[in-house]
Design a protein around this ligand. Sequence first.
Ligand code: PMP
Ligand code: GLN
Length: 392
Amino acid sequence: MKPTNPVFTGIETTVFETMSRLARTHDAVNLGQGFPDVDGPEDIRAVAAGALVDGPNQYPPMLGLPELREAVAAANKRFYGLEVDPQAEVMVTSGATEALADCIFALVSPGDEVVLIEPLYDCYLPLVKQAGGVPVRVRVTPPTWSLDAQALEAAFSERTKAVLLNNPMNPTAKVFSDAELELIASLCRKYDAYAICDEVYEHLVFDGKAHRPLMTLEGMRERTLRIGSAGKTFSLTGWKVGYITGPASLMDPVAKAHQWVTFTTAPNLQKAVAYGLAKDDSYYTGLAQELMAKRDRMARGLEKLGFSVLPCEATYFLTCGFAGLGLGGTDIEACQLLVERAGVAAVPVSAFYGSDAPSGYIRFCFCKQDSVIDEALARLTAFLTAGRAESA
Ligand code: PMP
Ligand code: GLN
């Protein structure tokens, strides 16, 4: 038999699915895969339910329902002051994952270089490779996760077609600083490169800070594709509704990629997300505050246990060092031990690197009910205390 496509053959199942399966097998508290354990607002779900019953349930327009595209344009204006034409500059996708595929397939031709900043969300590398692109990786490393300006400058060249930026960043919980954003923008301008911005955590930013899209920087409006996700903004990750904002000239090929990937997205969910995006400011500030309290609850507990918890400015995730806790030498061993013996699933941070990954950090997801966070901490306490007693 002829070989199947190496981009998708013989590779491992994504770490999120693997850890969720292990969590089920070991009846563990699942702090691995990033999803809230309580569904998002009931009023949004009621709109989706009503629209499902009332219909229509036929193919919506390829670019998305006009009301959702208008809502995305309005949100761009309201949160970031961006003037966006809903007709020509917004497209709805089946999740940010599809949006990423559409943007990469639309921009990247075989041989084009794409600058990626490690740690990487899992689908970036395979999608760039499938497009025939050449990934050029730069990394931020724990514990500071700061971006090395020289390394970034060295990664860009005339061959650079695009940079793919995840800000706020999974799994580091990093928000790129103004200086870092300015540098990325200046390199895009210098080398005439596009930016694909995965901003699914745009509303999950803590400590009173606000997200700043790369698209708002000088010269970036016409070269940036900005991706959002209703899954994260409304705690409805299973819905897989995403949206892309970009200049009309780029949205044209992006739409052509979308027409052969999914073509469209469930109409009732689109209606409900349009309703959700218009929610007042208290919804958005409340979401960030609620998550921040969970972050603090989880961080306090982990610190007490001896984990070195790294700063968390945004997202659903805490990354932690585990040196001295007797959890094994690598993050994979630590996660294995924790899921099997402590009954708590986490994710190894090394899974987010292409190669030569740092191996002393694991990621815990904290968007869970307080009782679930407490149960996970109690299990970790019991396990680590017993371990210490054994080795004493
Ligand atoms: N990008 C990042 C950085 C993510 O963490 C995720 C996970 N939700 C996605 C994209 C995918 O989003 P969606 O579920 O909307 O496809
Ligand atoms: N974004 C989620 C995470 O980082 C996972 C999404 C998925 O499982 N595809 O955990």
